[in-house]
Design a binder for this molecule. Structure first.
Ligand code: NAD
Length: 421
């Protein structure tokens, strides 16, 4: 595991460096820059839980609300032992840019609890989740801040949060307070696959621009979780083959190709991608440095850094994870002619379908999966092409280009609304 706490790289500093660079490109006013360099609000909550053995354990949770110029704050909730307030702040800022580049009317938020969900029982997780939901209930809401799943949270946790919020805020069902819910209580068709589907759409468009033939393309995916497995599978459907994959338990490789549907079944059965038939085990370093056409980091932050970037042998880095590449590594990738489809663009499919889910909830009407996927394709393709044009116009990398589009939209909204009082 090498996320922020272990790599020593502070994701919020990474987010600030990115903001500084793009602010200078667009000549952003100093005051507005300062305004956007901090979240509007960060709430820390203490979460006491009676554990199964009768002891009381107190967890710490956060909710960071970065900016809501374009709409209610929006962003996932992460359960992980290495969650930090700095990480949650960074992720909330990235959500602001992500919603803006996808052109959906949301701002940026993010939440997290420092915990090890894998070592907790379902009962303990439910109590912790409900108490956290209660703790943040006064700052979230259907028109204020709409959470969603992130690492180690899913439909089950979203259902508990929706139920807790609904019970304490008037005791009527309010599905629109959260997205990523199970279908039975207002979830959207297509939401599970949305992040991976959005990423696959950006890869399809990038391949056209770079004249890559997908039939001979190879994929390496780090983190075979929700985002990673659907991303890999949907890029595979374009003709490419997955040659290496990993999860927190280990990494596997088979240069002849790994069938992602069978790998998914294997992971469901055994809890990991390791020991999959026909594959050899490799290290995380070897996985990231495997020669391929498309590298999909889909786990945590700070995976491609100055230490390993020189050994990355790919044509496209498609960031399913948030913040997997550090700014110094970004520069090397750009100089080495490797296109990075940045997180705020590549994984925006999740929040786009979350927006569709919210719309469906508000109207109490439900769309077909084909309708969801079609709208997603239109949105993400447009976002990619907008960023691509900006990258050509400013002669800069795709991350800065995406941020230029996003920052301009947010700044326009702030200026047009004006500052109160
Ligand atoms: P998830 O919990 O479903 O999957 C995470 C996967 O990463 C798991 O398979 C886990 O075993 C693996 N992993 C953890 N540490 C690892 C390590 N050190 N090396 C290799 N694999 C490791 O979470 P997710 O929702 O798929 O999120 C993954 C990333 O995608 C996160 O950065 C998240 O913020 C981002 N993301 C997710 C969504 C979404 O809709 N799920 C949307 C946007 C961005």
């Amino acid at each position: 595991m090498s996320n922020s706490a272990i790599s020593g790289i502070n994701p919020f500093e990474v987010a600030l460096t990115q903001l500084d660079e793009v602010s200078s490109i667009i000549g952003l006013d100093k005051g507005l820059h300062q305004f956007l360099a901090q979240p509007k609000r960060v709430l820390t909550v203490s979460i006491p839980v009676k554990m199964d053995d009768g002891t009381i354990k107190v967890f710490t949770g956060f909710r960071s609300q970065h900016n809501d110029a374009l709409g209610p704050f929006k962003g996932g909730i992460r359960y992980h032992p290495q969650v930090t307030i700095e990480e949650v702040k960074a992720l909330s800022m990235w959500m602001t840019w992500k919603c803006a580049i996808a052109n959906i009317p949301f701002g940026g938020g993010k939440g997290g609890i420092i915990c090890d969900p894998k070592s907790m029982s379902e009962g303990e997780l439910e109590k912790m989740t409900r108490r956290y939901a209660y703790g943040i209930s006064d700052i979230i809401g259907p028109y204020r801040d709409i959470p969603a799943p992130d690492v180690y949270t899913g439909g089950r946790e979203m259902a508990w949060i929706m139920d807790t919020y609904s019970v304490i805020k008037g005791n009527y069902i309010q599905p629109e307070v959260i997205t990523g819910k199970p279908l039975q209580i207002g979830g959207s068709l297509g939401r599970n696959e949305a992040t991976g589907r959005g990423l696959a759409i950006t890869v399809r468009e990038a391949a056209k621009k770079l004249n890559i033939d997908m039939k001979s393309a190879t994929i390496v995916v780090q983190g075979f979780g929700n985002a990673g497995q659907f991303a890999a599978q949907l890029v595979e459907e374009q003709g490419a083959k997955v040659i290496a994959a990993s999860d927190s338990k280990g990494c596997i490789i088979n240069k002849n190709g790994i069938d992602t549907a069978s790998l998914r079944k294997h992971k469901e059965k055994t809890g990991s991608v390791t020991n999959f038939q026909g594959t050899q085990s490799i290290s995380n370093k070897e996985l990231l440095e495997t020669e391929c056409t498309i590298l999909i980091p889909a786990a945590l932050e700070n995976q491609i850094t100055k230490d390993n970037v020189g050994n990355i042998k790919t044509k496209i880095v498609a960031e399913a994870a948030n913040g997997p590449t550090t700014p110094d590594a970004d520069k090397v990738l750009y100089n080495n002619n490797i296109m990075v489809i940045p997180d705020i663009l590549a994984n925006g499919g999740g929040v786009t379908v979350s927006y569709f889910e919210w719309l469906q909830n508000l109207r109490r009407e439900y769309w077909t999966e084909a309708e969801v996927n079609d709208r997603l394709d239109t949105n993400i393709t447009k976002a990619f092409l907008g960023a691509y044009d900006t990258h050509l116009k400013h002669n800069t990398d795709m991350r800065k280009a995406s941020m230029i589009v996003a920052l301009n939209r947010v700044v326009d909204a702030i200026k047009i609304r004006g500052l109160w009082p």
